[in-house]
Design a protein around this ligand. Structure first.
Ligand code: PRP
Ligand code: URA
Length: 208
């Protein structure tokens, strides 16, 4: 499969709490934020480094620092905003774009209602985020929109994926690395991930 599973004890433990149906909106939101920081740590593991000469209180040294490669996080609205906040805690200087999509409940097709990204997106490493990759229709549409807008270097980060979605995403965008904390068993006939965690947007924002 074309996917990197970020399998870390802290992530898996937090994900289990998020899956529990009795977990409150406040806890769910806090956990998305915490898990996003851990996922961000892994998805940025191969960022290019350079060295910069600095003066410590003791002497001069060549110290490692991130190379000038510019980052842009793209939130797939609205549930992507839950992950985005945690990622920005770690990298506050990242630029941010938004792609607004919702799933048509009957067709499961993604419907776009908003798009705004930095004008220099072509020069940036783009990390698109959405907690759920079910059919992957939303992720495929979001990445296509970013490519049409000029993005060339894209990673896609989610929290939970269905095997059907992983396969579809890989076929549509074989050049885009996909990261997730877990791949669940299957999709329900209504397009929900099983066992999953329910509707991520509703659980983050307390809507239903
Ligand atoms: C959810 C989720 C993804 C999409 C995944 O969004 O956040 O964007 O469904 O499903 P897919 O892989 O089958 O496309 P939803 O459409 O419920 O909108 P929301 O974020 O506004 O709640
Ligand atoms: N979107 C969600 O939020 N949850 C699912 O299980 C599928 C799509």
């Amino acid at each position: 499969m074309n996917v990197t599973i970020i399998d870390h004890p802290l992530i898996q433990h937090k994900l289990t709490i998020m899956r529990r149906q009795e977990t409150s909106t406040a806890s769910f939101r806090r956990l998305v934020n915490e898990i996003a920081m851990l996922l961000c740590y892994e998805v940025t593991r191969d960022l290019p480094m350079t060295a910069e000469q600095i003066q410590t209180p003791m002497e001069r040294m060549d110290a490692p620092t991130l190379a000038g490669k510019k980052l842009c996080f793209v939130s797939v609205l609205r549930a992507g905003n839950g992950l985005l906040d945690g990622m920005l805690n770690l990298i506050p200087s990242a630029r941010v774009g938004h792609v607004g999509l919702y799933r048509d409940h009957d067709t499961l097709e993604a419907v776009e209602y908003y798009y705004k990204v930095p004008s220099d997106i072509a020069d940036r490493l783009v990390i698109a985020v959405d907690p759920m990759l079910a059919t992957a229709n939303s992720a495929i549409a979001a990445v296509q929109r970013l490519k049409d807008g000029g993005a060339v270097n894209i990673k896609f980060l989610c929290l939970l994926a269905a095997p059907e979605g992983v396969k579809a995403f890989g076929l549509a965008h074989p050049d885009v690395e996909l990261y997730t904390a877990a791949v669940d068993r299957e999709l329900s006939k209504e397009g929900y991930i099983l066992p999953g965690l329910g509707d991520a947007g509703d659980r983050i924002f307390g809507t239903k």
